[in-house]
Design a protein around this ligand. Structure first.
Ligand SMILES: C[S@@+](CC[C@H](N)C(=O)[O-])C[C@H]1O[C@@H](n2cnc3c(N)ncnc32)[C@H](O)[C@@H]1O
Length: 365
């Protein structure tokens, strides 16, 4: 091997070491997030022993000590010595600000659960897909909606009403929502976003649509618990609504958060949205900011993570029943082309300061 090749191999060996460590850390971070260990550690103002952290978290000290070894060597928590030489652990405030449930829109900890969860649900099914090309049914992911609800809460609670809505159509949507319009959350999941909007705009009426019965049932229960009399939920396959005419011309505003790319028939779903909008209506499709051409994503800061989430969930779910299988990284060019094909001829593609990883495709009826 010549010197250039040796150097290249050495660099890749270092990269492989980083990858193995980062992958392991992601798994351990996900477990820590699930068991609320970061939330507990955030409450300590000084370094604490594993026993103290385990007691406060209600967890096994032996498991916690092993986990803290990963967190300390991975530079997530700080390791120091107590007076008797014992190991003490501290979660710096700057790290807690990105890892705990209090972190709101800055919460990256919640994402650490995603790859472990998808792997636990569908490792074998996705692995089989490499051979058969078949999709994977949504039912393969029983824990997905609860996770998505948690993610949605972290994403939306602080910013949906105060930052996203006011920027739609230069503030005109906000004014219309205050006065009272008819809104649909298309692919609403457990209704986290819609219930926030329904609570903030009591003069408007909200309809959540999703084809997942359990998610709709949770959304309904939560809306009832919040006393929201302006929120209703329907189980429906979004792609069929254009033919059933069930909601034709019914809505002044339709929003789809992260809910088009993993549908099996996304074009028909977008055509349904077009049919559902009343004259002068608006449609906000919020979806991942990426390029359709993989080569243009080389500098995307989260590309390997997002492609992996897509491989483990979005793409196989979208391929099910001979579906389109767009995948999460379908990209802005393909998204605009599909919106235009569905009949939206004035698509504005807007970035959002509060959410750098998504784009807002604003369409007019
Ligand atoms: C990634 S989740 C996003 C959920 C929610 N909008 C949020 O941001 O939390 C995608 C949602 O689309 C729904 N979905 C997938 N295919 C659908 C279809 N054909 N009709 C209606 N909803 C669908 C799924 O059940 C899921 O709740």
């Amino acid at each position: 091997m010549d010197d250039v090749s040796m150097e290249k191999q050495e660099r890749f060996s270092q990269r492989m070491t980083e990858i193995l460590n980062a992958g392991a850390l992601n798994l351990a971070l996900g477990l820590g997030y699930k068991h609320r260990i970061f939330d507990v550690m955030e409450g300590f103002d000084a370094p604490a022993s594993p026993g103290k952290i385990a007691d406060a978290a209600g967890l096994s000290e032996r498991y916690l000590r092993e986990w803290l070894g990963i967190m300390a060597t991975g530079r997530i928590v700080e390791l120091s010595r107590g007076e008797a030489g014992e190991a003490l652990y501290y979660l710096p405030k700057e790290h807690a600000a990105l890892l705990t449930r209090n972190a709101g829109n800055s919460n990256l900890g919640v994402y650490a659960q995603e790859i472990p969860l998808l792997t636990a649900c569908a490792m074998e099914a996705v692995s089989n897909g490499f051979v058969t090309g078949d999709g994977v049914p949504f039912s393969q992911y029983p824990d997905f909606q609860a996770f998505m609800g948690e993610l949605s809460d972290a994403k939306h609670r602080q910013v949906l009403v105060d930052q996203f809505i006011p920027c739609v159509d230069d503030g005109r949507l906000l004014e219309r929502l205050k006065k009272g319009i008819r809104v649909c959350d298309f692919g609403c999941g457990e209704g986290v976003a819609m219930n926030l909007m329904a609570g903030a705009f009591p003069n408007s009426r909200f309809t959540g649509i999703d084809n997942h019965e359990a998610a709709i049932s949770k959304a309904r229960d939560d809306a009832a618990g919040l006393g929201l009399i302006n929120a209703e939920y329907c189980v429906a396959d979004g792609a069929t609504l254009k033919d059933s005419h069930r909601f034709d011309n019914r809505f002044d505003y339709v929003v789809a958060f992260d809910a088009i790319h993993d549908q099996t028939r996304p074009l028909e779903a977008l055509q349904s949205v077009g049919a559902m909008l009343a004259k002068g209506g608006l449609f906000s499709m919020v979806d991942i900011d990426a390029a359709t051409d993989q080569a243009a994503n080389m500098d995307h800061p989260l590309a390997p993570f997002l492609y992996t989430v897509s491989l483990m969930h979005c793409m196989p779910v979208g391929l099910n029943n001979k579906g389109a299988g767009l995948g999460m990284m379908w990209g802005r060019e393909k998204a605009v082309a599909m919106l235009e094909k569905a009949g939206f001829d004035r698509v504005e593609v807007l970035s959002m300061d509060h959410d750098p990883f998504n784009l807002h495709f604003l369409c007019r009826a």
